[in-house]
Design a protein around this ligand. Structure first.
Ligand SMILES: C[S@@+](CC[C@H](N)C(=O)[O-])C[C@H]1O[C@@H](n2cnc3c(N)ncnc32)[C@H](O)[C@@H]1O
Length: 368
């Protein structure tokens, strides 16, 4: 049982105090109101935290204990099929788990960690990076990357998105600044331990062993950029491709910043993305963990366009960020959006409508 206010003694758990937000988040269930150091019975120093439960969070402390065990010994995870679905393509392994039935894994696909453009793709733009020799600095009028981002970093210190923007420009391969420059987040990969798991009714899904703070980078949408939705992606029937991300769909407009994350802020002012032309990515044959994120009409993840340069050309990437603080083992979902009429007509998509099982009180009833 959890009380609204409780003091827990935690040894060696540092993440809570390593967050740089005003609200320290402990395991996604609580915020840390106070922390202090105390000598334990054995004379060792230990941290004490005064924890206050986050509004609406009901998860169990025991989940955190199990997860700590899985991290020490991944084979102790019930239903583990593979310790690393990515076969080392990511710096953090992604577990594949089925505790629901006998299926041994998703249909075959090649794991790739980023998006691949065909050589001829028109969205690619000439681009030049900054000239900063060490670290880029907010407000530096000589840093062209900072200037493209409106004069500031798009991320706060810990690599967390500050606010949703029409476009983010990260430093790229020709920028001489440090590899750990604060303006490189998407390209350094995700820092969370994910698992791809079998859901009860939506096939495979994605969730995290770690608590995820609002604004945290989840992953990019990896796969092959395709010219048109009806065109075949690698010889496959594009029309029946469940694994497509399309920037040209209609998405609910909302403003977001890392401090208003839990308010589900809606606004009449549309946060319009500044995308030069529509981008369609298929992850059917090759993709990353994003291909396992299911749709929800009340999602806890949103997408954000990001550009950065390689070989003096800027490429558009689609990045996902946490919309709110997400406790461990909560399914990660985003809104798949509603196709525009040209997409539905050319692909006969009225017949492709699927019953939505997101379970949200605001469920639209179906999705594509
Ligand atoms: C991009 S895939 C997501 C991963 C998929 N669940 C899997 O097993 O590979 C999209 C497919 O997942 C299922 N799906 C995603 N969101 C759903 C939802 N809200 N309700 C029902 N099925 C969903 C549908 O079969 C959909 O075509």
């Amino acid at each position: 049982m959890h009380r609204a206010n409780e003091v827990r003694v935690i040894r060696g758990f540092k993440d809570a105090t390593h967050q740089t937000s005003k609200v320290y988040v402990y395991d996604g269930l609580y915020k840390v109101q106070e922390s202090w150091m105390e000598k334990g019975k054995t004379g060792c120093n230990m941290f004490k935290y005064k924890l206050v439960r986050l509004p609406g969070q009901t998860g169990a402390f025991s989940t955190w204990k199990s997860i700590r065990k899985w991290k020490e010994d991944p084979s102790s995870r019930d239903g583990l099929i593979l310790p690393d679905l990515t076969s080392g393509a990511e710096s953090i392994p992604v577990s594949l788990v089925n505790e629901v039935d006998d299926e041994k894994g998703p249909a075959y696909f090649t794991y790739v960690s980023t998006v691949k453009y065909p050589k001829s793709f028109k969205l690619v733009q000439p681009s030049y990076g900054c000239n900063c020799r060490d670290a880029c600095q907010a407000g530096n009028s000589n840093c062209s990357c900072i200037q493209k981002n409106g004069g500031d970093f798009p991320y706060i210190t810990t690599g967390i998105l500050a606010c949703r923007m029409p476009m983010i420009f990260e430093c790229g391969s020709s920028c001489p600044c440090f590899r750990n420059c604060k303006n490189r987040v998407l390209q350094t990969g995700f820092k969370v331990h994910f698992e791809v798991f079998k859901t009860r009714d939506k096939g495979w899904g994605l969730r995290s062993w770690d608590p995820i703070r609002a604004g945290t980078f989840i992953c990019e949408y990896a796969g092959e950029v395709i010219e048109k939705i009806k065109e075949k992606a690698d010889g496959d029937d594009g029309e029946n491709n469940d694994y497509v991300f399309n920037t040209n769909r209609v998405y609910e407009s909302f403003k977001w910043n890392h401090e208003t994350e839990s308010a589900e802020e809606r606004s009449d002012t549309s946060e319009k993305f500044d995308i030069p032309s529509p981008l369609i990515i298929s992850s059917k044959n090759s993709g990353n963990i994003a291909r396992f994120m299911n749709h929800s009409c009340s999602p806890n993840v949103f997408w954000q366009p990001i550009m950065y340069e390689h070989n003096n050309e800027a490429f558009l990437h689609i990045a996902f960020f946490a919309k709110k603080h997400i406790p461990p083992m909560t399914e990660l979902t985003y809104d798949y959006g509603i196709p525009r009429s040209d997409e539905t007509e050319s692909n006969n998509m009225e017949h492709g409508k699927k019953k939505c099982l997101c379970g949200s009180p605001k469920c639209r009833g179906y999705f594509y």
